[in-house]
Design a protein around this ligand. Structure first.
Ligand SMILES: Nc1ncnc2c1ncn2[C@@H]1O[C@H](COP(=O)(O)OP(=O)(O)OP(=O)(O)O)[C@@H](O)[C@H]1O
Length: 295
């Protein structure tokens, strides 16, 4: 793998990427299989986020069934999986809105379920989240939506806030739209405004919940390009949750495929798109025949 991956943190002075270091540490390929050698990983060293044997059921529906996932630090990871397979449930576990029945979710090596509520609130500040529809406040202008986290969580003055908000609006191509209300924007613009807001507190981890939903293929491609640019510019760990293969291919550097509550396989682009695993092959190549049917 290229050690100079975009936006990634280079922890090793000799220029090895985190994945190279991780592979050397645990044995290549096995590292990417999620459940392998978990006990030998050093918490928080290579992975921004980890889920370890996470189980979650709602009543009798078992949604997560032993989910082992590592999200590498400083990369754009795409978590892919069919509809209804538990991707949103996974996001809620990662930000501590839901807790596992069994297993652990670790953020930078710290277990969310062992934290006090005040620590959890601190840890949540590491995250910027772009929700499906941008989740903007309908009665506030785009400018005020983007300024909101700064006004809530910092004691910056309005001059400094304006500098940051205007820079982020320029990043996402919405300089002209600061005065508009969300319902005066197109779906793509709402997502870009949500993206600007997600970046405003300089989060270490940015999560995108189905960023492509409701967008046409061209707008989807442009949004993916913007995600790549922002990652190059600001760095950090990005996680994109989607079932859209094209967006995954455009924006992702590391891929994890989720099915039936577990990670089927995780790894870098070439490894995944050339996988021998029948489910991964079917899903990533959009084949009609394979383990995934209409059920
Ligand atoms: N709070 C809840 N109570 C009961 N069932 C839930 C709850 N949250 C999620 N589920 C169920 O968990 C399953 C997985 O849902 P989830 O929204 O995570 O799927 P998804 O992979 O994000 O799907 P999609 O790609 O269609 O958005 C669904 O069957 C859903 O009905």
């Amino acid at each position: 793998m290229d050690a100079q991956f975009s936006g990634g943190k280079q922890l090793d002075p000799e220029g090895m990427s985190l994945l190279d270091q991780a592979a050397e540490f645990t044995g290549e390929h096995e590292l990417h299989q999620g459940s392998v050698l978990l006990e030998e990983r050093v918490p928080g060293e290579f992975w921004s986020l980890e889920t370890r044997n996470v189980h979650k059921a709602f009543g009798r529906s078992k949604i997560l069934q032993g989910l082992d996932l590592g999200i590498p630090e400083g990369m754009v990871t795409v978590v892919l999986g069919p509809s209804g397979t538990g991707k949103s449930v996974l996001i809620k576990h990662i930000i501590g809105l839901l807790f596992p029945d069994k297993g652990e979710v670790m953020v930078h090596g710290e277990s969310l379920s062992k934290m006090t509520m005040s620590r959890l609130l601190e840890v949540r500040k590491k995250f910027g989240i772009l929700f499906q529809d941008g989740a903007l406040f309908g009665s506030m202008s785009v400018y005020d939506n983007v300024a909101f986290p700064l006004r809530q969580h910092t004691d910056l003055g309005e001059g400094e806030i304006a500098e940051i908000v205007n820079a982020r609006l320029a990043d996402v191509g919405l300089t002209h739209a600061g005065g508009r209300l969300p319902n005066e924007l197109s779906g793509g613009m709402r997502k870009r405004a949500g993206f600007a807001r997600a970046l405003v507190l300089e989060p270490e981890i940015v999560m995108f919940d189905e960023p492509d939903s409701g967008l046409d293929p061209v707008r989807t491609a442009l949004l993916c390009e913007l995600v790549t640019q922002m990652h190059e510019q600001h760095g950090g760990t990005y996680i994109i949750i989607t079932h859209d293969i094209e967006s995954a291919r455009l924006a992702g550097e590391f891929f994890a495929v989720l099915w039936k509550g577990r990670i089927v396989q995780a790894g870098e682009r070439d490894e995944m798109f050339n996988s021998d695993n029948p489910f991964v092959q079917q899903f990533l190549n959009r084949k009609l025949s394979g383990p995934l049917g209409m059920e």
